[in-house]
Structure formats: C-alpha cells, structure tokens
Design a protein around this ligand. Structure first.
Ligand code: F6P
Length: 323
C-alpha cells in the first residue's frame, strides 16, 4: 500500500474532519502517501485529487462539516461513471481507498470493489447511526447532543404556555437520534420508523399524561416515522384531540452541523487509524467499526444489507420513564 485516497460522501456528519485527519496522519506515520478526493464520488470520477500532508489537516479536529466536501453522486451509480473513477485512480497510482459516509457510500464502494478490485475500507460517518458493524457512527453523538440542547430550549417555552410540541428530528430510516433524544429530554412519546405508534395510541398516552396533571409535553417524531413528519402527526392529533394547544418544530440540518463532541472526535480518530491499518493488513472491502469498544472489520456487503437494531433496553426504559 503506497498511495491511499480518502473521500467523504453522502450527508456530512460532525467528526468527518477528525476522521480525515486521522487517516492522513496514520498514512504519513506508515510512510504511505495520502490523497484527498474532493466532493465524494464526483471527485473520484473527475480526478479532483490533492496530496495531503500532516499540516494539511492541522486544526480541523474540532471543525464540523468536511474539508473534502461531500456529494450524493448520481454518476457513480452508473457503470460508465465508475469506470471513469477507476481510470482516475489508476492515473494517480491510488492503490487503496477509504470512503467515509453511510449506507449509500458503502453501497457504491462495494460495487466499485466488485468491479475493479481496488482495495477499499469504509468508515461509518453519518448522524443516523444506522450502520451494522459499529455501535456508533461518527456524528451521531454530536447530533443527539444538538437535538437535546434544542429540545431543552423548546421545553422552557412549552412549559410556559402549557403547550404540546411535536419536534421532528432527522433519521430517514432510523430512529436512533429520536430514541436517545427522547430519553435525554423526557419526551412523553417517541415516534420511530422501527416501531409504529399509531395516532390513537399516541392520544391515549397524551390523555394519560393530562389525567396526571402533565401541563406540557414533547413528542419526538423521527422524519421516517410511518405517520408522516411532525406536521402531519400534529394535524392528525389535533383533528381528534383538542386538549392541548400544539406547536411544531422541525430541527432539520442544524443537526448535521457544529463542532464534534469529544466522543465523536475520539471515535473518528480511532476509526481513521484503524482504516489505514486495516488496508495495510489486507482487510479489504470492509467497514471498520467499534463494537463493545473493540475495533472490528465487517464486510461492506454485511454492513449495508443487515439492519442495525435499536437498543431494546433503551426502547423499554423510554416507555417506563415517560409516564
Ligand atoms: O443520512 C443523513 C441524513 O441527515 C438523514 O438523516 C436525512 O434524511 C438526510 O441525510 C438528508 O439529506 P440531504 O441533506 O441530502 O437532504
């Protein structure tokens, strides 16, 4: 392994920069040249490569976003696009690739490896935490803290007006942020893509709360919930139950920004080093992860096809504590 390329793809996540820094520095430490590839797979196709050295990644450890930029590349979904990407890798003498991203990123990496055999390792970087093969993904902790901070503020105004708030959080297919934030903010209910809570069930919970003199409540709605987003849920509840004055807040992309938490910085640093060491050791076409605090390498095929499940204990205690 003499030249490694690193890119970030899909939705950015706080801590991606810390992972890039770790990859670059672990390469330099191991006498490997490292090339940054800009704008995800689009940059791979267009040969948007830049050699990075130790100082290129100075002072990015605590910065949100990704200095390499990111994209969801349509061209890389085509065989022609991937062939162009492989040519660009050959031209630059890249003999290993590290892709930082989520499910879509790894789906692309897996196909690319099958087609051209270029060694690749994925680093899980997404706020959604929905990748099989790592207990946590880079960005999940920071995003959850951002949500908790926002809901604490919403709680103040909800309390002052005796209102019911529906707060929508990110998670297209996964309720990890919603569940954790629900426990951490004392939400009365959490609506998740993984576990359907019907509107009638939700109203029963709200009625119980009102009967025990609850004056304000927060319902967290993951964007992928089967009842629709927070606006739809609020509308459906209002139509059947007028006990509370309701308001809706959609937190949106604020959840993806900001300086990474200490946890995410350390996770990204560990996974970045382990990705380079994995490529050197011949762990090909795998996702590096942290399971029970141990570095693991899971085949990309497995990490994209298996569903990482919500923690059952967290689901259980969220219900116990929200009464
Ligand atoms: O995958 C991360 C994520 O933030 C999801 O939670 C969300 O549904 C999606 O990205 C939004 O993507 P975009 O920024 O492309 O609209």
């Amino acid at each position: 392994m003499r030249k490694i390329g690193v890119l970030t793809s899909g939705g950015d996540a706080p801590g991606m920069n810390a992972a890039i820094r770790a990859v670059v520095r672990a390469c330099v430490f191991n006498d490997i040249e490292c090339y940054g590839i800009f704008k995800g797979y689009d940059g791979l196709i267009n040969g948007d490569f830049k050699k990075l050295n130790v100082r290129s990644v100075a002072k990015i450890l605590g910065r949100g976003g990704t200095i390499l930029k990111s994209a969801r590349s349509d061209e890389f979904r085509t065989p022609e696009g991937r062939a162009k990407a492989y040519e660009a890798c050959k031209k630059h003498g890249i003999d290993g690739l590290i892709t930082i991203g989520g499910n879509g990123t790894f789906t692309g990496a897996n196909i690319f490896y099958q087609e051209f055999g270029l060694p690749v390792i994925g680093i899980p970087g997404t706020i959604d935490n929905d990748l099989y093969g790592s207990d946590n993904t880079i960005g999940y902790d920071t995003a959850t803290n951002t949500v908790v901070d926002a809901i604490d503020k919403i709680r103040d105004t909800a309390n002052s007006h005796n209102r019911l708030f529906f707060v929508e959080v990110m998670g297209r297919d996964a309720g990890f942020i919603a569940l954790r934030a629900g426990i951490a903010t004392g939400a009365i209910a959490v609506m998740l893509p993984e576990e359907e809570l019907t509107i009638d069930e939700l109203i029963a919970i709200l009625e119980k709360g009102a009967a025990s003199n609850k004056t304000s409540s927060i319902v967290i709605v993951a964007e992928g919930d089967a009842n629709g987003g927070a606006y739809e849920v609020a509308q459906k509840v209002n139509a059947k139950y007028a006990q509370y004055e309701t308001r809706v807040t959609v937190l949106g992309h604020i959840q993806r920004g900001g300086s990474p938490s200490a946890w995410d910085r350390v996770l990204a640093s560990r996974l970045g080093v382990a990705a380079v060491e994995g490529l050197v050791a011949g762990e090909l076409n795998k996702m590096v992860g942290l399971v029970n605090d141990q570095i693991t390498y899971t085949p990309l095929e497995t990490s994209i096809s298996m569903k990482f499940q919500l923690n059952k204990e967290e689901l259980r205690i969220a219900k116990i504590l929200s009464i």
